[in-house]
Each structure stands twice: as structure tokens, then as C-alpha cells.
Design a protein around this ligand. Structure first.
Ligand code: NAD
Length: 265
């Protein structure tokens, strides 16, 4: 038990179950004294999220679909009522239709698929950041989750890669807008981790095998590494760091060409 987040209150959006990256972050922040409110997407997930929240002493659970302004309004109204001011926001939300996450990007990306992926996975951060800023103490911090598919072509990631590029650019613009208030805004680019969202992407087995073989550390990404980076960015340890996309992927992003024998295993 540490004290890096003592006295800090905030919102975590995107816990679906115990494997969610947002849950790893929640545990890490709670262990450092943070008080946390959670959103959940629909009743089906409440069954999973409630016991997790309770296990770290949180009873603030808000139903929230980021495409529905009414639930965004009620979430932030609850937050204001329960916490008054907040100090941090974690945004760990993404979605694209399964038909958009396979095969040829140019052939399979529909107008509706593009719009909804960008709406849920990128605009939702802009919206949540604006609403959070209204009740955030100066010196607060926001973190979103992204993936290398924004910078490079990853098979089947397709329109989600485009959405993550928009999310990373949005992170920089929000950082510029809120910087004068001392509010920092960063993205963590995590390597592949086995979660519900990752299961929606075709060729998952190949992705994990290739990542492990080609990463500098020759291993897959540990969610607690992502949680540690979030703790750094959301606590005062991260002072002066903003507008950044920070890779936590075992060094996969740094490798131009894997060692000759790396892919034989
Ligand atoms: P997850 O399935 O546990 O979390 C995704 C969350 O998005 C769920 O809680 C889901 O309810 C929520 N969500 C989707 N559509 C929503 C909507 N309309 N309204 C509200 N919530 C909605 O999976 P995860 O892997 O922990 O994903 C969290 C974030 O991390 C995502 O942004 C994802 O792209 C990113 N990420 C994941 C990986 C990975 O390999 N798992 C790697 C890099 C980045």
C-alpha cells in the first residue's frame, strides 16, 4: 500500500471484467490510495464490474454508453454529486464491428463502420475529457489507451488503427487546451493483452506469437506494466509529461527487423 494517489479522486471508464486493462489500472491506483468511480456499459456488465469495484471499496458505478449523451450526462452529474471535484480520468474504451476487423481495409470499411469506430474509440475521449475538465482540479491528469496499429499496419486491425490515430492526435490537442491549467493528457500504447476487446480482432493467436517473438523483451505485454505507466502519468510523478504517446509493449515498437532466428520458435 502506497500513497502516490492519496487524496485523489477520479473516474475509470472501460472495465468489462477482471481481464480489462482498466481493471489493472484501477487496482494499481487503489493500492496507492485513489478513490475511484467506474462506468459500465449496460446491465450485463454490471454483474462483473460491481464485485470488482466493491473489492477496492468503491460503490460509485455509473451506467454509461459513450454514444448516448443521456448516460454521459448522468455519469458526470453523479460524479459531481459524489466527488465534487475530480483529479483523474482513465479512458479505456474502443469498439469496431467484427466485420470491420478482418481482411482488406480498403474493401471492407463501410461508412457506418468507420463512423461508429471513430465515434466510440476516439470522439468518446474528446467528450469525456471536456466533461471531466469541467469538474477537474487544476493539476489533474487524463490517460487513454491506444495501440501501435495507429502508426503501422497491423493485419485485421484496420479501421481501429485509423481510430487510434485520431485518438492519439486528439490527445495532443486536448493536452494543448488543458495545459495552461496544469492538466496533463497522455496516451499509453500497450502491446497486445488478452482481453474481451482483443478477442474481437482476427488472427489473435498470430498476433500474440509474433509480438512475443519480435519484441525487444521477447515476451508479451504484462498488464501491470501498463498499470504502472498509468500510475506514473496520473500521479504527480508524471509532472511536466503531457501530449505523449508512451509505448508499453516490451519494446516491440522499437524493432525494425527481428533477429534471424526470432520467428522460428
Ligand atoms: P475490454 O474489452 O476489457 O475493454 C473495452 C471496454 O470498452 C469495455 O469495458 C467495453 O464495455 C467498453 N466499451 C465499448 N463500447 C462502448 C460504448 N459504446 N460505451 C461505453 N463503453 C464501451 O478490453 P481492453 O483490451 O482492456 O480495452 C481497453 C482499451 O485498451 C481499448 O481502448 C483498447 O483499444 C485498448 N488497447 C487494448 C490492447 C489489447 O491488446 N487488449 C492493446 C492496446 C490498447
Amino acid at each position: 500500500q502506497g500513497t502516490l494517489m492519496k487524496g485523489k479522486r477520479g473516474l475509470i471508464m472501460g472495465v468489462a471484467n477482471k481481464n480489462s486493462i482498466a481493471w489493472a489500472i484501477a487496482r494499481q491506483l487503489a493500492a496507492q490510495g485513489a478513490e475511484i468511480a467506474f462506468t459500465y456499459q449496460g446491465d450485463a456488465l454490471l454483474r462483473r464490474v460491481k464485485p470488482l469495484a466493491e473489492s477496492i471499496g468503491s460503490d460509485i458505478l455509473c451506467e454509461c454508453d459513450v454514444t448516448d449523451d443521456a448516460t454521459m450526462n448522468s455519469t458526470f452529474a453523479t460524479l459531481k454529486e459524489k466527488f465534487g471535484k475530480i483529479d483523474f480520468l482513465v479512458h479505456a474504451i474502443a469498439f469496431a464491428g467484427k466485420d470491420q476487423l478482418a481482411g482488406s481495409f480498403v474493401d471492407n470499411t463501410t461508412r457506418e463502420g468507420f463512423k461508429s469506430a471513430l465515434d466510440i474509440s476516439a470522439y468518446s475521449f474528446v467528450d469525456a475529457a471536456r466533461r471531466s475538465a469541467e469538474i477537474m482540479n487544476d493539476g489533474g491528469s487524463m490517460v487513454t489507451l491506444t495501440y501501435l496499429g495507429s502508426e503501422r499496419v497491423i493485419p485485421n486491425y484496420n479501421v481501429m488503427g485509423v481510430a487510434k490515430a485520431a485518438l492519439e492526435a486528439s490527445t495532443r490537442y486536448i493536452a494543448a487546451d488543458l495545459g495552461p491549467r496544469g492538466i496533463r493528457v497522455n496516451a499509453i500504447s500497450a502491446g497486445p493483452i488478452k482481453t474481451l476487446a482483443a478477442a474481437g480482432i482476427g488472427s489473435g493467436r498470430h498476433m500474440f506469437r509474433f509480438n512475443k517473438a519480435a519484441a525487444a523483451m521477447q515476451d508479451n505485454t504484462d498488464p501491470m506494466g501498463v498499470a504502472g505507466a498509468a500510475l506514473y502519468l496520473l500521479s504527480d510523478l508524471g509532472l511536466s509529461c503531457t501530449g505523449e504517446t508512451h509505448h508499453v509493449d516490451g519494446g516491440f515498437h522499437a524493432i525494425g527487423m527481428p533477429q534471424e532466428d526470432a520467428l522460428k520458435a
